[in-house]
Design a binder for this molecule. Sequence first.
Ligand SMILES: CC(C)(COP(=O)(O)OP(=O)(O)OC[C@H]1O[C@@H](n2cnc3c(N)ncnc32)[C@H](O)[C@@H]1OP(=O)(O)O)[C@@H](O)C(=O)NCCC(=O)NCCS
Length: 229
Amino acid sequence: MTALATEGEIASALQPLYVTLASNDIDAIFTLHLAATRAVGRPDLIKAESRDFFERILAGSGRAIGVVRDDALIAYGILQLDLPLSEDARPLLGLKRADRLAKLAGASVLPSAWGSGLHGALIDRRIVEARNLGIPHLYSTAAPGNTRSWGNLITAGFSIRGIIEKYGGHLRYLLYRDLSAGAPGEGNGMWCAAADIARQRLLIAGGFAGTGWRRRADGGRDIYYREQA
Ligand SMILES: CC(C)(COP(=O)(O)OP(=O)(O)OC[C@H]1O[C@@H](n2cnc3c(N)ncnc32)[C@H](O)[C@@H]1OP(=O)(O)O)[C@@H](O)C(=O)NCCC(=O)NCCS
């Protein structure tokens, strides 16, 4: 008879294995990107990346963190360090040219692993990576219709600072986190339906930022807009 595994052994066997991906992982990353985006089936909600984009990240213009299960890549998250002019959000965020900014530039989870919290875990890992690299400013974009994407970013401390058009005219939330800032203050706030883009634009123009979210009974979501100090 074999000895039963201890609780610690079971916990470590269930822990996902996080790895830094390298150039020889390009096929696995690109295949996963295609599988996850096809499973969603909404090209207006997710930017289709080229193989070339991932090659440049793996060659050093960013970092790619992966999750491996049974020797297969089941999730990845990209941290883009070198930002071309089109991705340099410093002017939109009111940052100076000297401010170091990186972008959380996409993540995919194998559909069979959806709902396990891997996306949130990969956001946290990329925040740690940025801190280790001494980069205090992080941003990302997410389609208002990609609720999982922006919901997990807000849960990780990002806030909606703008609503912009990107990637050929598609609406995107501009989400930002200042890693040097403490917990948000107690400014006035209010809930707003996530579907009400016009009202959110007014709130942002009035100095509010989207800092929280909740599910509604009808299946929709609300976003909490808090006045910024
Ligand atoms: C967005 C994405 C990264 C989220 O990854 P994840 O690790 O599954 O995230 P979570 O664990 O937080 O789960 C998110 C949702 O998946 C749902 N889910 C779980 N299993 C599911 C399944 N089999 N089918 C459909 N949805 C499922 C969860 O219930 C949760 O939905 P809810 O927020 O309505 O409750 C993933 O869906 C994905 O790869 N999408 C395609 C690429 C993409 O949109 N990337 C983000 C923008 S670049």
